[in-house]
Ligand binder design. Structure first.
Ligand code: HEM
Ligand code: HEM
Length: 446
């Protein structure tokens, strides 16, 4: 099988993403412990640790996605990307900008914008990396226009949207309502629109190029799925505008379009179902990749879409807004659906040319099980804690602090889930590192 240089470069992106994910498990576990053991001695105060955790939550999937787009676009077009040099520059730019965010937060330099706490110039660096990325992809598509596929198109569209939604967040916006809204263009529009497009593109390309599914079966729905994702995602962001000073009609707009967000996810499930109908005999590498991809699909449907839709209903959101239920949904959706997929891609890309033996494969599956078990335990504890917060504080009118002090049991259960999660996290990252070391293209990396 032909290896493109872009696919070799994709290895460094996915390796960096896996390593950052490894770090996140440890940072997050310390944060969860800090919530149940007050005044836990720590060099970084809780609020900065939380910001680093949220920064990591958004940025390692971004870096991994960049690698996956390069890998699958060149595979899908069966051609090299336009500029390998730009792809290398882009890597160092996005990596140093991301690291500068973590470093500045460690020195307690932040700007108090949840998820985007780093200093604006770091985000300018990320935006520049995304601009190089978009340019490189557009030039690639123009150069090979006869070979353009729906998957390559929608991955590139997703990339351009990532750039467009980030740009307003580099600027200083003084109006607090506009500032809050643009923040959600990254938290929501990135996750539920741009990454949805790249996700659909990866899955289509993966299923097609591994021979799991026929080209026609896979590509039939892709453009429809992409159009629905963009239309529903754009106005579905309205579910974040409910209580930040937007006119009341956004309650209806946000709710209605959030409902339509469920349709492209259903189409995605249909596509993967078609892809796996043939039940081909798979090797250990494919089976481990699929375990990660199917985990992602499970949370995409449940934790992201269905739970997301339930909490979007304005009468429900009124009570549960900003409680631990949001945190439960955030973990199930961001890690469950996007994180698992990026890890699946990272493993697939970095293990190319190798086939894990039975023992290594079993360790990989154990890691996936620990990640799933830990995630489910954490999120269940968070959902119960959030329900109690909403019921006692918002329905019964009890004092908020009094209610929070009674949640310790659930926060301990969350930390226990976090411990299981982190063991799975470290075990998987170890398997990915081993695959990276053993795989052939490493020698020809430039
Ligand atoms: C992969 C897809 C998704 C991801 C990664 C995701 C991620 C997130 C994250 C990180 C938050 C927390 C934001 C914050 O802290 O303020 C959030 C909140 C929210 N999400 Fe999602 N989400 C996804 C899909 C959905 C869908 C499909 C819906 C609705 C149909 C939805 C509805 C909501 C709502 C209503 C909130 C705000 C909760 C509150 O008011 O506190 N999400 N989501
Ligand atoms: C060991 C595993 C993890 C633990 C123990 C953990 C713990 C925490 C803690 C303590 C918070 C602060 C707010 C709260 O108490 O909920 C938080 C928030 C958050 N975490 Fe994690 N986390 C873990 C893994 C992850 C992963 C892998 C991701 C995504 C890639 C993630 C995404 C988020 C997000 C988006 C929020 C903000 C939620 C909100 O707005 O309410 N976490 N996490």
């Amino acid at each position: 099988m032909k290896t493109f240089q872009a696919q070799v470069i994709a290895r460094r992106y996915t390796l960096a993403a896996a390593l950052l994910f490894g770090t996140q498990g440890i940072v997050a576990l310390l944060g969860a412990a800090d919530l149940i053991i007050p005044d836990l001695p720590s060099p970084i105060p809780y609020e900065y640790g939380r910001s680093i955790h949220l920064g990591l939550a958004v940025l390692w999937p971004l870096i991994g996605t960049m690698g996956m787009v390069y890998y699958f676009v060149s595979e899908d077009l069966d051609r090299e990307i336009f500029s390998l040099r730009l792809a290398r520059w882009q890597f160092w730019l996005v990596l140093t900008s991301s690291l500068s965010i973590y470093a500045s937060l460690s020195f307690r330099l932040g700007r108090g914008r949840e998820y985007l706490e780093g200093l604006p110039w770091s985000y300018a660096g990320i935006a520049l990396a995304l601009a190089l990325f978009s340019y490189n992809l557009i030039r690639t598509l123009v150069k090979h226009k006869q070979r353009i596929t729906p998957a390559a198109m929608i991955m590139s569209a997703g990339t351009i949207l990532l750039l467009l939604f980030l740009i307003p967040n580099i600027l200083t916006i003084t109006n607090p309502i506009a500032d809050e809204a643009t923040k959600f263009w990254v938290v929501h529009a990135w996750e539920e629109m741009a990454f949805e497009l790249t996700t659909a593109g990866f899955l289509a390309s993966y299923l097609k190029n591994t021979g799991l599914a026929g080209k026609k079966d896979i590509e039939k729905w892709l453009y429809l799925e992409a159009a629905l994702t963009v239309a529903a995602g754009l106005f579905g962001t309205g579910h974040h505008y409910y209580w930040i000073g937007f006119p009341a009609y956004w309650l209806i707009v946000g709710f209605t379009f959030s409902f339509f967000q469920l349709i492209p996810v259903a189409l995605l499930v249909l596509m993967v179902h078609k892809g796996l109908k043939k039940r081909p005999k798979l090797g250990n590498r494919q089976k481990l990749t699929l375990a990660l991809i199917l985990s992602s699909l499970f949370y995409h449907v449940t934790g992201a879409s269905l739970l997301g839709f339930i909490i979007t209903v304005p009468w429900i959101n009124l009570y549960m807004h900003g409680t631990y239920i949001t945190s439960g949904h955030a973990h199930l959706a961001l890690f469950g659906s996007l994180g698992f997929l990026v890890l699946g891609g990272a493993y697939y890309i970095l293990s190319r040319g190798t086939q894990p033996d039975h023992k290594t494969y079993r360790r990989g599956i154990l890691a996936v099980l620990a990640l799933n078990g830990g995630l489910l335990m954490m999120s269940t504890a968070l959902l119960i804690a959030g329900f109690l917060q909403a019921y006692r504080a918002r329905y019964l009118g009890m004092d908020f602090m009094e209610v929070n002090l009674k949640l310790n049991l659930y926060l301990i259960a969350r930390a226990a889930g976090g411990l299981l999660f982190t063991s799975g996290d470290l075990l998987l990252v170890w398997q990915i590192l081993k695959a990276w070391r053993n795989s052939r293209p490493a020698a020809s990396d430039s």
